[in-house]
Design a protein around this ligand. Structure first.
Ligand code: ATP
Ligand code: MG
Length: 554
């Protein structure tokens, strides 16, 4: 660790544990439940767990927390692994909580034998009724004092499938008057006759989260088990099981979960967006999922930079989406190849340029020399952006208007000599004359014009579909608004341009390439593109257009 950078609270804990000799080796874990795709909040947790261990020469396990057979799926397992790899992290071991079902069952038997667990025949309503409230103690279940032998036999019968779902549960015997409600004889096993994505039909009883998580940590000898703040009240129970079972003392630490503006960050809500068709899938570029960001053109570097910048806190807050976009632009500005694409085309004709002639102009791929150069064909007829021409221009207009001069990027200076309109008054063509001596790179200083516009040669243009994305929700914090969060979906979150014109070099684009369409934003090829059908996603605008709108500049 560099000296100047102050440590976050987890780094302080790890350093103290290493210094005191409590642990010689740091082992963390990332424990997703395979019931959905990972979102940007998970990315924060991944960067934290993998980053912390790596900083101190330790390792990280990937553990699928697959104790709930009903909602889990191997599709999710595969997507989670792909996302972690894409972010640039390597796990030491791939484990599944379901691998520990036998051990967990043995642990439960141990608790029963110690008189610390019992089978309860009460229904879930009856159990809830006796639970008490935060201010009132609960009451003992009538089954609480069942003998150890009867408990052992009944638990075995639960496992053997002799009971229906909900008929019995196994509970830890702690204290029905405990100030922490979670310590009031929590349920540790429930009956669920359901097929599990890994263990199939072997089990019909499944451990509850609290009885699986800490023990799985302990089995793997995890030193620092990091989770989000909502698990603070669970820590007492986590420690209780470890102590009563006398197993490896893993420790739980909590940090604030990531919440971000203009989106929702819960798998349950994201699943609704997918199943109800508000988006095209988990990897829709408007989704806050890692796969959505990837498809939209985000880089792993930008997401890691974001995780670094937000740091780890012990207080919940709402992070501005524009911070993530800032990190993205920082990264893309360095790596994106600059190309020309016209999204809303109008034709420009250079009347004094030879008909049928083509020049191969050399254009830089970016401000950084290592990005290199490429050839861009130039001819008499060009597509330019409709918004770059005005029939009647205001004073400080540096683009095209009757009589005005602009530089065509990497090419010549032209002067507007006229334009044509259709019956509806829409401009159909702009005429110009060019100055042959003004060619870019010729060294001439005679032509100093204020504006430079991009263009694509008409006979050389390729067509592409371009998808422009905006934020998925109209309000900052949809989950906190009244009513259903889906009422706040932004109806204009996707705008499709069926036919944009792009320079021919884009025919070579691959999904790994990142582009800046000059003056228009950052773009990348979408996975639905095919030979003969280019599709580009806008990853981000060049600047934070929302900030501009708010300050009234735009
Ligand atoms: P969700 O509430 O979105 O469904 P989850 O907590 O149920 O998420 P898990 O698969 O259980 O999802 O999470 C795996 C790990 O990622 C956990 O350690 C969890 O604390 C962490 N995590 C989940 N959401 C966030 C978030 N928004 N910010 C930071 N960490 C998160
Ligand atoms: Mg969870």
């Amino acid at each position: 660790m560099s000296e100047e950078k102050s440590l976050n609270f987890l780094e302080e804990i790890v350093e103290a544990d290493l210094a005191s000799g409590k642990y010689k080796f740091i082992l963390t874990r990332f424990p997703p439940e395979p019931n959905g795709y990972l979102h940007i909040g998970h990315a924060k947790s991944i960067c934290l767990n993998f980053g912390l261990a790596a900083t101190y020469g330790g390792q990280t396990n990937l553990r699928f927390d697959d104790t709930n057979p009903v909602t889990e799926d191997t599709e999710y397992v595969d997507s989670i692994k792909e996302d972690i790899r894409w972010l640039g992290f390597h796990w030491a071991n791939e484990f599944y909580a379901s691998d520990y079902f036998d051990t967990l069952y043995e642990y439960a038997v141990t608790l029963i034998k110690k008189g610390l667990a019992y089978v309860d025949d009460s229904s879930s309503e009856e159990i809830a009724k006796l639970k008490g409230t935060p201010t009132e103690p609960g009451k003992d279940s009538p089954y609480r004092n069942r003998g150890i032998d009867e408990n052992l036999r009944m638990f075995e019968d639960m496992k053997a499938g002799k009971y229906a779902d909900g008929e019995k549960v196994l509970r830890a015997k702690i204290d029905m008057a405990h100030s922490n409600m979670l310590m009031r004889d929590p349920i540790i096993y429930r009956i669920k006759h359901a097929h599990h994505h890994r263990t199939g039909d072997t089990w019909c009883i499944y451990p509850m989260y609290d009885f699986a998580h800490g023990q799985s940590d302990s089995i793997e000898r995890i030193t620092h088990s990091i989770c989000t703040l909502e698990f603070v009240p669970h820590r007492e129970l986590y420690d209780w099981f470890i102590e009563k079972l006398g197993i490896f003392p893993s420790h739980q630490y909590e940090f604030a979960r990531l919440n971000m503006t203009y989106t929702v960050m819960s798998k349950r809500k994201l699943l609704q967006l997918v199943t109800e068709g508000h988006v095209t899938g988990w990897d829709d570029p408007r989704m806050p999922t890692i796969s959505g960001f990837r498809r939209k053109g985000y880089t792993p570097e930008s997401i890691r930079m974001f995780a670094e910048k937000i740091g780890v806190a012990r207080r919940e807050n709402l992070i501005d989406l524009s911070l993530l976009e800032f990190c993205l632009r920082e990264d893309l500005n360095k790596r994106a190849l600059r190309v020309m694409a016209v999204l809303d085309p109008v034709k420009l004709v250079i009347t004094n340029y030879e008909e049928g002639k083509t020049e191969d102009l050399i254009s830089e791929n970016g401000p950084d020399e290592h990005l290199g150069t490429r050839h861009v064909p130039f001819s008499r007829e060009l597509w330019i952006e409709r918004e770059d021409f005005m029939e009647v221009a205001p004073k400080k207009w540096f683009r095209l208007a009757p009589g005005s001069m602009v530089r065509l990027k990497s090419a010549y200076v032209v002067q507007c000599t006229g334009y044509s309109k259709d019956e509806a008054g829409r401009v159909t063509e702009i005429q110009c004359e060019y100055f042959p001596e003004s060619r870019s790179g010729s060294g001439s200083t005679e032509f100093q014009v204020k504006g430079t516009i991009h263009w694509v040669s008409v006979p050389h243009a390729e067509t592409a579909e371009v998808r422009l994305y905006d934020r998925l929700f109209k309000v900052e914090n949809p989950a906190a608004e009244e009513g259903d969060f889906k009422e706040y979906i932004n109806p204009d979150s996707l705008q499709v341009i069926e036919k944009a014109y792009v320079e021919p070099s884009l025919l070579l684009a691959t999904m790994d390439d990142r582009y800046q369409f000059i003056r228009k934003g950052y773009f990348c090829l979408d996975k639905e593109a095919q030979p003969g059908k280019m599709i580009f996603n806008r990853t981000a605008t060049l600047k934070d257009t929302w900030v501009k709108q708010q300050s009234g500049e735009s």
